[in-house]
Design a protein around this ligand. Structure first.
Ligand SMILES: Cc1cc2nc3c(=O)[nH]c(=O)nc-3n(C[C@H](O)[C@H](O)[C@H](O)COP(=O)(O)OP(=O)(O)OC[C@H]3O[C@@H](n4cnc5c(N)ncnc54)[C@H](O)[C@@H]3O)c2cc1C
Length: 399
């Protein structure tokens, strides 16, 4: 399916194929994922294996696996707008259950045929396995240029040394995508390596609990003299930063899109509650203290959706990458902050029930908080937008 719309097409101008895809994703989310939310919460995010396998099977039956990956690699080859429509639906579910839909980080598209055969195809066939992306270190978070993990040449390969923090899915992944500086004399060349977690010298040194309940952990992983072969490099020596920028654009737009799905769900549930709950002889919706926060959230959801869709359309029309990068930052910044406000307001509207872990607003309040931190904090997104104002100009940045 290819979008035939211009980046400025009105928001409701989706093709019939895109609307069918959105409906397919919606049915999958409502019939397969939502019924698992309470179990996932009760089990600290870890669903039984049989449920995970059913999610994988149903996702493949609904043709939702590997969205942006190429059909010849087992993906769907979606445009960014199509990916937006599906991701928005996935964002309506709590406990990160959508992580079980077979998919892999987009940097694997840069893999050699052997790397694609080995890591990507089996995941997209639903045979299990996950990818994890390890950049952050104890002393290098918002500024990844400060990483100290190194890769030194050895006979027939490389030796990696360093420690990575907060590696999402690092406890279950069958391949770790690791950013390291290739040491070349006085030069340090940022490079991505594919490392198998059972390689000698790879160890999980901490696996802490976090605010949200999630399908996988975010452990700290140490690499001590880890030997990998020559072909463990992905995308070429020294190309790590460029690959990472493309990765960040997609991940940030993904966070915005999930946040929009979360706002959609929160507004549905909180509005339904406000229309039925009676106190003082009237529906609470009739109190402006309840209806105005809903109106504010609906307004922010609409604005966020326009912005995120604009970014998706810019990607599809191959607009200037630097502007797209800044716009993706705006979308992540705006939606992640608005979605958390929306969850906070929804908790208030549910009253005491909003504080129960069985309540969707309570779960989203915990889960959405990290969206203002990972893939670059809100402050880093503001820096990127401010730089675009300076370098690209106001008009190019805001239109
Ligand atoms: C649950 C979870 C999962 C994660 N998953 C992954 C993963 O899979 N892979 C991975 O590589 N990383 C992952 N991360 C790491 C995440 O990307 C970093 O936590 C994030 O980039 C911030 O880095 P930091 O924690 O070191 O904070 P710091 O960089 O130390 O920042 C601390 C504070 O200072 C502010 N600050 C820093 N620099 C500036 C500046 N220049 N201007 C203004 N303010 C600034 C920040 O905004 C923040 O408020 C994950 C984190 C979490 C919590």
């Amino acid at each position: 399916m290819t979008a035939s719309l211009s980046p400025t097409a009105p928001i409701d101008e989706f093709t019939p194929e895109q609307l069918e895809l959105q409906q397919r994703a919606r049915t999958f989310v409502e019939e397969v994922l939502m019924p698992l939310e309470q179990d996932a919460e009760r089990l600290g995010g870890r669903l039984p294996q049989e449920d995970i396998e059913r999610v994988r099977r149903e996702a493949i039956a609904a043709r939702l696996q590997g969205g942006r990956h190429a059909p010849e690699h087992g993906g769907q080859g979606w445009s960014m707008v199509e990916w937006f429509l599906v991701n928005e639906q996935l964002g309506r579910v709590t406990n990160g259950i959508h992580w079980h839909v077979p998919n892999a980080y987009n940097v694997l598209t840069q893999g050699t045929p052997e790397q694609v055969d080995r890591y990507l195809r089996p995941i997209l066939r639903g045979e299990g396995g996950d990818t994890a992306y390890a950049v952050t270190e104890g002393e290098a978070g918002s500024d990844p240029s400060g990483i100290s993990t190194t890769a030194r040449r050895s006979e027939g390969g490389w030796v990696l040394d360093g420690e990575k923090w907060f590696v999402t899915s690092g406890d279950v992944a069958n391949v770790l995508i690791v950013m390291a500086n290739v040491v070349d004399g006085a030069d340090r060349l940022p490079t991505l390596f594919l490392v198998e977690p059972d390689a000698a010298g790879v160890s999980i040194v901490d696996d802490p609990a976090y605010t949200h309940n999630y399908p996988h952990g975010h452990p700290t992983i140490q690499f001590s003299g880890v030997e990998v072969a020559d072909d463990a490099v992905i995308g070429g020596v020294g190309n790590g930063d460029a690959l990472q920028r493309a990765w960040f654009t997609e991940e940030r737009l993904g966070i915005a899109t999930h946040g929009l799905g979360a706002m959609w769900r929160l507004l549905e549930e909180a509005t339904a509650w406000a229309l039925t709950r009676q106190q003082g002889g009237t529906r609470i919706m009739d109190y402006q203290g309840v209806s105005f926060p809903l109106a504010d959230s609906a307004t922010e959801a609409t604005v966020g959706r326009l912005l995120a869709l604009q970014v998706a359309r810019m990607v599809d029309s191959e607009a200037d990458l630097k502007i797209v990068h800044a716009k993706a930052s705006m979308a992540k910044l705006f939606v992640s902050e608005a979605a958390w406000r929306c969850a906070d307001r929804a908790v208030q509207i549910f009253g005491g029930r909003g504080y129960l872990r069985s309540n969707v607003a309570e779960r989203f309040l915990r889960e959405l908080r990290v969206d203002r931190i990972w893939e670059g904090t809100s402050e880093i997104q503001r820096l990127i937008v401010a730089r675009a104002l300076e370098r690209r100009g106001v008009e190019a940045t805001i239109h």
